[in-house]
Design a protein around this ligand. Structure first.
Ligand code: ZN
Length: 121
């Protein structure tokens, strides 16, 4: 969740779900020179002369954090020296009755968060 705040003139606040949407809105408010300089990147737009009239507030959501949990950690794949692949971070469970429901729960969390599953799994 991104909140773009216009500080100058008739200041306003607008909320956006994605970095891309926020950058598109901010692009409308900067001059063509600053827009070209930032080439569509939100943080570069904010760093331009025109972008200095704006402030950005970013709020992390549980969904985004769960997505990061899977994409960055649980789904991380590393290659061994012998060319094999393994997951360095795993959730372990020593109660055999709970292994399957835990696996199902994690899979539901992965799908609901929108995390992309790595290829070859
Ligand atoms: Zn400008």
């Amino acid at each position: 969740m991104f909140t773009l705040i216009k500080l100058s003139g008739d200041g306003w606040e607008k909320a956006f779900n994605t970095e891309q949407e926020t950058a598109e809105e901010l692009s409308k408010w900067v001059c063509p020179f600053c827009e070209a300089e930032a080439s569509g990147n939100l943080y570069e737009l904010l760093a331009t002369f025109c972008g200095a009239e704006f402030m950005l507030e970013e709020e992390e959501t549980l969904e985004e954090l769960v997505k990061e949990f899977f994409e960055k950690y649980l789904d991380r794949v590393e290659e061994t020296e012998s060319g094999g692949f393994f997951n360095p971070i795993v959730v372990s469970c020593c109660r055999s009755m709970m292994m399957e429901p835990l696996g199902e729960l994690l899979e539901k969390m992965r799908v609901l968060s929108g995390a992309r599953k790595m290829e070859g799994e």
